[in-house]
Design a binder for this molecule. Structure first.
Ligand code: BG6
Length: 474
């Protein structure tokens, strides 16, 4: 069977995203047993490079992940580069003429340039089977995302648009499907009847990493929550899909998004934001965020964000979904925490502390754990906490490799559908507006700490109703 895509045409080939993520992932895919049999890679950027300069860059990126093998060699031998203005119709024609077979056009570009380039592509005769691959952020609010969708679907059909969210390709996120839908033991408990709250946390020790140009305009809310964590939430909260194909899976995720809103309809009470000050992480001194090169303090960009959401559906009434992500934090906490409700009644005679059961799905390292109460071994009726852990092998490919593999196969299952991309903005737009209006103060935390001191107080923020039942005899 012929490969769906013949050429990977990269716009923004001389940029950071291509070098840091795209090319290494391509190398990993080509040196695995997955991916296309034949592929041409054409790079285009504003730098006036020749083919050899570009080839060396691709070679170095492949070498950084030890990518080897006949497909790696073939791509290196055949790759080409053309300096171009990708918002210009003549330049675009020139680039398309360099492609062999249907191209996947990868926009490794700022969103505004991507939109201008798509507008220019709309007026061209594109090769049959052309796909468009876009990085986040997809628009800047619900309205602009809608306009971008209109533009994209005037260029190619929705099924050939890949709005990349590499979290959907993470092994542990995909594992949620098996965990939930291939076992009978979790799904009957997976609702407001038994679940008290869900926390999706992605705290990183990584700080700005020279990405001020992008990050200072985005902030933690847009960089992580509006995109990745909402997608993860959709997989955690969705109803069982009819199948794992693109339509069925994305229909179910869309239902979750459509029923999601800010907790209590109050973006001021249900959101928090903070920014790091100078500190130390792993012995490394970090300047305050506002002193990082390229940061404009007047923008008030947050490096830690938290929102609490409700899903207005039959399954989830009254269950808070708290999404939090931040940078320059002490702990690498990347996990989904499902907190179950307390038992309806503690049996008199069992004593000790019974904290309700928790299922933790870790997004890195790949593992799940279940914390439960048991009794024994010393005092037979005293409760003990047991921590059951299952570690998973890393997936066959890193997340970006899976993303590319799906693009080359023409399978949009792991990408965000247009309507869902708009819903994600609808959910966070009220928070962005409240923050812009200054209605939510920006707190501070030292780089290398666990966040602002006040945030560690569980009585602050959206109330959680969990109260363990009285403990007879203790
Ligand atoms: C990216 C964000 O999309 O995801 C980064 O822009 C973040 O800020 C990264 O660090 C986290 O994903 P991963 O897979 O690298 O852990």
């Amino acid at each position: 069977m012929a490969d769906a895509i013949g050429t990977l045409l990269i716009f923004g080939a001389s940029g950071d995203l291509t070098n840091r993520l795209l090319l290494p992932a391509l190398g990993q895919l080509l040196s695995s047993s997955e991916g296309p049999h034949t592929l041409t890679v054409v790079g285009s950027g504003t730098e006036q490079w020749d083919d050899d300069t570009w080839r060396e860059r691709v070679r170095a990126a492949f070498a950084s992940v030890d990518a080897t093998g006949p497909r790696v060699d073939a791509v290196l031998a055949g790759t080409r580069y053309a300096a171009a203005d990708v918002t210009d119709a003549d330049d675009l024609r020139r680039l398309l003429a360099l492609c062999d077979g249907p191209p996947a056009i990868y926009f490794a570009l700022p969103p505004a340039v991507t939109a201008r380039s798509c507008a220019a592509l709309r007026d061209l005769d594109l090769p049959e089977g052309t796909s468009l691959v876009l990085e986040k952020p997809f628009g800047t609010d619900e309205r602009s995302a809608h306009a971008l969708n209109d533009l994209l679907t005037a260029v190619v059909p929705e099924s050939r648009i890949h709005r990349v969210d590499h979290f959907l390709a993470k092994t542990t996120v995909l594992n949620i499907l098996g965990l939930r839908f291939a076992n009978r033991i979790f799904e009957p408990l997976w609702s407001a009847d038994h679940i008290e709250r869900v926390d999706i946390v992605f705290d990183e020790p990584l700080a700005l990493e020279d990405r001020a140009r992008y990050y200072d305009g985005a902030g933690a809310l847009v960089d992580m929550i509006q995109s990745h964590l909402l997608q993860v939430m959709a997989v955690v909260a969705m109803d069982p899909p009819l199948s794992i194909d693109a339509r069925d899976l994305r229909d179910r995720k869309e239902e979750v998004m459509r029923s999601t809103r800010i907790w209590g309809g109050d973006p001021v009470k249900a959101s928090r934001r903070a920014r790091y000050t100078a500190g130390t992480i792993d012995g490394r001194d970090l300047p305050a965020y506002v002193d990082e090169p390229g940061v404009d303090p007047a923008r008030d960009t947050e490096t830690l964000a938290e929102i609490t959401l409700e899903i207005d559906s039959w399954r989830w009434p009254g269950v808070p979904f708290r999404l939090r992500s931040g940078k320059a934090l002490a702990d690498k906490r990347k996990e989904i925490i499902i907190s179950f409700k307390p038992v309806p009644r503690r049996i008199p005679g069992l004593y000790g502390t019974a904290v309700p059961a928790q299922l933790v799905i870790s997004l890195g390292p790949e593992k799940i754990s279940l914390d439960i109460n048991v009794n024994g071994p010393d005092e037979p009726f005293e409760l003990d906490r047991e921590h059951l852990v299952a570690e998973f092998n890393a997936g066959r490919l890193p997340a970006y490799g899976e993303v590319l593999d799906a693009v080359f196969r023409g399978d949009p299952t792991l990408s965000v559908r247009g309507d869902t991309a708009e819903e994600c903005w609808r959910i966070v737009d009220p928070v962005l507006a409240a923050w812009k209006a200054g209605d939510v103060p920006i707190d501070e935390y030292a780089a290398g700490s666990t966040g602002p001191d006040t945030w560690n107080d569980p009585s602050v923020g959206v109330p959680v109703t969990t109260t363990a039942p009285a403990t007879p005899g203790s």
